[in-house]
Design a binder for this molecule. Sequence first.
Ligand SMILES: Nc1nc2c(c(=O)[nH]1)N[C@H]1C(S)=C(S)[C@@H](COP(=O)(O)OP(=O)(O)OC[C@H]3O[C@@H](n4cnc5c(=O)[nH]c(N)nc54)[C@H](O)[C@@H]3O)O[C@H]1N2
Ligand SMILES: Nc1nc2c(c(=O)[nH]1)N[C@H]1C(S)=C(S)[C@@H](COP(=O)(O)OP(=O)(O)OC[C@H]3O[C@@H](n4cnc5c(=O)[nH]c(N)nc54)[C@H](O)[C@@H]3O)O[C@H]1N2
Ligand SMILES: [Mo]
Length: 750
Amino acid sequence: MSHWGAFTPAVDARGEVVSARGSELDPAPSPLLGNLVGSLRHRLRVASPMVRRGWLERGPGPDPRRGDEAFVAVGWDEVLDRLSAELRRVYGGRGPEAVFGGSYGWSSAGRFHHAQGQVHRFLNSLGGYVASVNTYSAGTSEVLLPHVLGAGPEILRSLTSWPLLAAHTELMVCFGGVPAKNTAVAPGGVTRHDTDGHLRAMAARGAEFVLIGPDRRDLPAHLPSRWLPARPGTDTALMLALCHVLVTENLHDAAFVASHCTGLDRVLPYLTGASDGVPKSPRWAAALCGVEADEITALARAMASRRTMVTVTFSLQRAEFGEQPIWAGVLLAALIGQIGLPGGGFGHGYGSVGDNGFPAHKSPLPTLPQGVNPVREYIPVARIADMLLDPGGAYEYNGERRRYPEIELVYWCGGNPFHHHQHLARLREAWRRPSTVVVHEQYWTPAAQHADIVLPATVTLERDDIGSSRTDPFLTAMRACAAPYELARDDYATFSDLAAILGTEKAYTEGRSAAEWLRHLYDGWRDGRPVPDFDAFWAAGRVDVAVPAPSILLADFRRDPAGHPLATPSGRIELHSEVVASYRYADCPGHPAWLEPEEWHGSARAARYPLVLLANNPASRLHSQLDFGPHSAASKVDGREPVRIHPLDAGRRGLSDGDLVRVFNDRGACVGGVVVDPDIAAGVVQMATGSWLSPVAGVEPLLCSAGNVNVLTRDTGSSRLSQGCAGSRALVEIERWPGEPPAIAADEDR
Ligand SMILES: Nc1nc2c(c(=O)[nH]1)N[C@H]1C(S)=C(S)[C@@H](COP(=O)(O)OP(=O)(O)OC[C@H]3O[C@@H](n4cnc5c(=O)[nH]c(N)nc54)[C@H](O)[C@@H]3O)O[C@H]1N2
Ligand SMILES: Nc1nc2c(c(=O)[nH]1)N[C@H]1C(S)=C(S)[C@@H](COP(=O)(O)OP(=O)(O)OC[C@H]3O[C@@H](n4cnc5c(=O)[nH]c(N)nc54)[C@H](O)[C@@H]3O)O[C@H]1N2
Ligand SMILES: [Mo]
C-alpha cells in the first residue's frame, strides 16, 4: 500500500522494484505508482548513518555551515552513542521544552511504521517535546471552521458523500475545481480510486459544473462545464457578489437563514455597502476578479434555482487571508439554503484528496499509541521558521497571545520541511540556529542535507506493516519484499536502540518486537469484529472493512437545529462570529470580507513581479517523494520543474516550449522549463511544489537549479486567527535563462 494506491510490486534479484501493478480492485490505478520503479536501490538512498563534519568535530551548536557541509559515514554503534549523549544533554539541561518534535510530514503508508507516530512515541518516552498543531493542507480552515460550523477537521471528513452528489446535484460550483490530479492520493492509501467515476455519474444524470479558477485542468475535461477564469486570490470578492445578488434580488432562503444561522444582520450592511459605502455588487467584483458582472448575476440566479453544491478546494485557504474564501463559501451556501440537503450545500476539498467525499470509518484504525506529552508548548505548524528565528517572540493565534519556545534540538522523521515550508532562504537561516538537527530519512532529501545527524530508514517494501486509512474498504497486509538497503533500519529499530541506551526501552517498546506489534495492533482492532485472525489476514493479503453508508453533511442539524445544535456559541451557523470579532484582528474580522492580499495582481508588488505563480500540489508525484522516479522525471523539462504559461505571457517574453527560464522575486529564484499552455489563465503561471531544493553555491538570495517553488513563496501566516500556511500563490517575474543553466545537485554524485 502506498498513499497513492494499493499495488503488487515485482522485485528483481538485486532487490529492486522493476514494476508496480495497481490493485485489480482499482478502477483507476494512479500513474504515480511508476515512481516506485528503481526506488529501492537508487543512488539517492541513505546507505549508512551520517554525521555532518562540523558537528562531529566541534560538537553541537548553532552553525552557519549547516546545509553546506560534507557528511562523514559512521557506524550504528557510534552514531547511537553520540546521539543518545546529545539527547541526554538536552533533556537533562533545558528539558523537553527545548526539543522540537512536531516532525510534520506525510511519511509513508502503513499503520505501525508510521514515522510521526514513532518519533512522537519515542520523544514522549523521554519526557515529551514541543509539538505542532494543524496542517499545511487545511490549517486555516481547521481553525476557522470551529467558529463558523462548530467543527474543523471533522467537517472535512464528513462531506456529503459522492453517491448523493451523483443522485441529486444539479449544479456544482467549484472554486478551485475538483482537481483530478489530487485524487490520486489519500493519507494512508486508497485501494479504489473512485472520484472520477462519481463525477461521470453526476454528469450522466445531467449535473452541470462551473469551474472558477485560473487553471482549466482543475476540472476534468470530460465534464459539461463552464470555465470562469477568475484571477487567483479574488474568489472572496466573487462570492460576496453572488451573495449580493441573492439578497438584493430576494433569492436567498430567508427561512433557512432565520432558523439555522446567526449574524446575517451584521453581514448585510457590508454586502449592500451601508457600512462602508461599497456595495459588493457584481460590478464591484468584476473589476477585481475579471469575471463579467452579467456572468456573476446569471450564476447567482442559477444557483438559487437548482440543487447546488458550492465547493472550495483547500488551496484557496492556503493563502494570506485564507479564512475569507472559506467563510464566504459557507455564507453563499447558507443563503442558498441547501446545507444539509442531499447533493446541495457546502463542500470543502472535493477533489483535493482522494478520500474526500467518501464516508469515514466510525471506529478507530489500528494505531500505535503515542504515549503522553506533558509539554504544553506548541506552535501552529507553519510558524517553524518564526519559532527558530525568534525564541521568546510574541505572536497571536486564535485569540491567544503566545510566545515561541527556545529550541535546542530538532528531531524530524517522515517529513521534508525543505519541501513543505515557504521562503526557503529564510528557513535555511532559521535552521542554523538550533544546536542539533536529527533527521531519519530513506533518501538524501534536502531535509537530510540540512541535518547534523542522518539516520538511514527502510522503505515500506523492506518491512512488514498493516495498511489502512479513514475511508479505505480494506485492511491491507503490506509484506516486505526486499532486504533493507545497505545499513538502513526501521525507524522503530533505531528508536528501540536509543530508548535502550537512555533507559526508556520498556515505555517505548513495551517488550514487543515489530512483528509482535503488528499482531497486537491487529488484535486490538479486531476485537468485537467478525473478521479473521491475524494469520488468516496475513495469508489472504487483505480483509474487508465495512464502509459506512453515504451521508449528508449537517443533515441532523438541518432536520432539527435545536436537537442537534452546532458546537458554536449560538448553536447555529455563524455568518458573523462575536468570538472572532472580539479578537479585533484586522486580518480576520468578524464576518467574511474582501481584504486585499499582498500577493495578488492588484497589489503594489505586482508592478515588479506581474505574474501570479500558483505553487500547487504536483500531478506527477506526492509532494517531494520519489521526485527522481521515472513518472516525475518524465514531467520535467531538461530536469527542471515545468512552468505552465499562457501563450500571451510567453509571447511577450519571447518564450517558447522547452526554454529554460529564471522564475524570480526578491525572496529567491529558481530554474524552470517553459510549457506554453492556453489552459492556464493569462497573467498566471503554474509550477508545482516538490522538486528537490538544489541551491546554487554562492548565489544570494537562494537560487534553486531544480525549480523548487518554495524559494519564491512568502513565509507568513494566513492571518493572526489561524496562522496557516500561505504558500499557494506568490508574485513572480520570468525571463529566459541567459546561457548555460546551473547543474542540479541531485544529478551529481554525493
Ligand atoms: N508552496 C507550497 N508549499 C506547500 C504546499 C503547497 O501547495 N504550496 N502544500 C503543502 C502541503 S498540503 C503539504 S501536506 C506539505 C507536504 O510536505 P511533506 O509531507 O513534508 O512532504 P513529503 O515530500 O511527503 O515528505 C515526506 C518525507 O518522509 C520521508 N519518508 C517516507 N517514509 C518514511 C519512513 O518510513 N521513515 C522516515 N524516516 N522517513 C520517511 C520521505 O522520504 C519524504 O522525504 O507541503 C506543503 N507545502
Ligand atoms: N498528485 C498529488 N495529489 C495530491 C498531493 C500531491 O502532492 N500530489 N498532495 C495532497 C495533499 S497533502 C493535499 S493537502 C491536497 C491539496 O489540495 P489542494 O490544496 O486543493 O490542491 P492544489 O493543487 O494546491 O490546488 C488546487 C487548485 O487550486 C487552484 N487555485 C490556486 N489558487 C487559487 C485561487 O486563488 N482561486 C481559485 N479559484 N483556484 C486556485 C490551482 O489552479 C490548483 O490547481 O492534495 C493532495 N493530493
Ligand atoms: Mo497536505
